[in-house]
Design a protein around this ligand. Sequence first.
Ligand code: SAM
Length: 279
Amino acid sequence: MPTEGLLKQTQSWLRTHGITISKTLGQHFLINEQVLARTLDYADLNPTDTILEIGAGIGTLTRALANHVRHVYAIEKDSVLFDALQKEFEGITNITLIRGDAVKVEWPATNKLVANLPFGISSPVLFKFLSSEIQTALLMLQREFAERLTASAGSKTYGRLTVMATYTATSEILEYVAPNCFHPPPEVTSALVRIRRCVEPAFTVMDYSLFTRLVVVLFNQRRKKIRTPLTALLREMELKPNTIEEIKCQIPWLDHRAEELNPEELAEIANIIYQVKPD
Ligand code: SAM
């Protein structure tokens, strides 16, 4: 259920600042106080935390976070919202607003990422997080994206995203969030997801770019036995026919589909290619 108070506050804030909601920027503001409170709980905040928030919006989450932690850096792309927020937060010393596109701007050093993300940038933000120094992320994501992220091998939602994220992180869906918890409501259900970066990668990958390329190629034809797309990739790599055969001889899963292979098995295929191919 939306919370009347937060909905009214949001509408009044938007009116006062003359803000027109932008669909393209994925503006769906959180108006449910219970979800807001649970977001703070899940984030397991402590006074020494520095937080990166992406998409400050009208500052509901930003302000709530700032009450519990040392510092909040909040990135906002919408210039009109940004200017209004900057006035609003004048004098609050533990909030720094950053104007710009979170995918492009350099992220400040923080130890947690907390965001009610605009759905359009979920994938680049996730990969930027995975290659950053930030240890944990608590993200509001589109349900379908969250389920792809946390899927297990063999399931319908298992894919490239699951494999690449599993390499360096563990992800869990904490709860689903109904559209009426936002103003305006999005067309889809959301999910709050916690992602923890692993101290060490979950399995060995000898050549990351080869692994990425293999995963892309195999999942582009996820329902085909991997023999065909794999052979096409090896030819594209300009390997000699006898090298291609040598590689294929070492792979026990040629008659499996990509969606049936777990991330470790996919990494092993990439490692076999890496070890057999000439430098
Ligand atoms: N945090 C607020 C809340 O929970 O109510 C707003 C969340 S709203 C789903 C997403 C916010 O991200 C919007 O304010 C939107 O303008 C902003 N945004 C969209 N694309 C962005 C980008 N590339 N970089 C930074 N902010 C972006």
